[in-house]
Design a protein around this ligand. Structure first.
Ligand code: HEC
Length: 129
């Protein structure tokens, strides 16, 4: 490999600086998207993970419902699809949460957690992982 000239070094420094700048721009943009269009699937899926997958996940699938992935939520359980993307009020998952039927034991969801799930479904329920 050839030796770096002073110009190369300066260029490398400039590129590194630009990248760090862009990375922070990217962060800001994604935070902005999350707060403006409510598409924060990561947050919503983390909420389901925390409150629901113990009974609707790997070990147990009450009513044949698995809440670990969007695909599984779309196929749903014994009562049909658990979510209808774009239609939170027609989504069984949200019904159950709002009516305080789920989770049947343990802490109910906070208002912020319910809002995250509602916004996520309303904005299309995209898979976050
Ligand atoms: C402690 C276990 C437990 C937890 C935690 C739990 N569920 Fe359930 N869930 C059940 C049981 C048992 C049933 C079936 C009996 C019934 O309908 O009451 C059920 C049924 C359901 C159904 C109906 C599925 C169908 O197709 O009939 C939905 C939707 C649901 N749960 C959503 C959730 C959501 C969303 C959460 C988290 C907020 C959650 N559950 C947490 C035990 C649990």
């Amino acid at each position: 490999m050839r030796n770096l000239t002073i110009e190369d070094r300066a260029l490398k420094g400039a590129v590194a600086w630009l990248c760090s700048l862009l990375a922070s721009c990217g962060e800001t943009i994604s935070t902005y998207r999350k707060t403006t269009d409510g598409a924060d699937g990561g947050r919503a899926q983390a909420v389901l993970e925390r409150h629901c997958v113990e009974c609707h996940g790997a070990d147990r699938q009450e009513s044949d419902l698995d809440l670990r992935s969007v695909a599984a939520m779309l196929s749903g359980g014994q009562s049909g699809p658990a979510i209808v993307p774009g239609r939170p009020d027609e989504s069984l998952v949200l019904d159950m949460i709002v009516d305080e039927l789920m989770p049947p034991e343990g802490d109910l969801l906070s208002a912020e957690e319910v809002a995250a799930v509602r916004l996520w479904i309303a904005s299309g329920a995209l898979e976050s992982r």
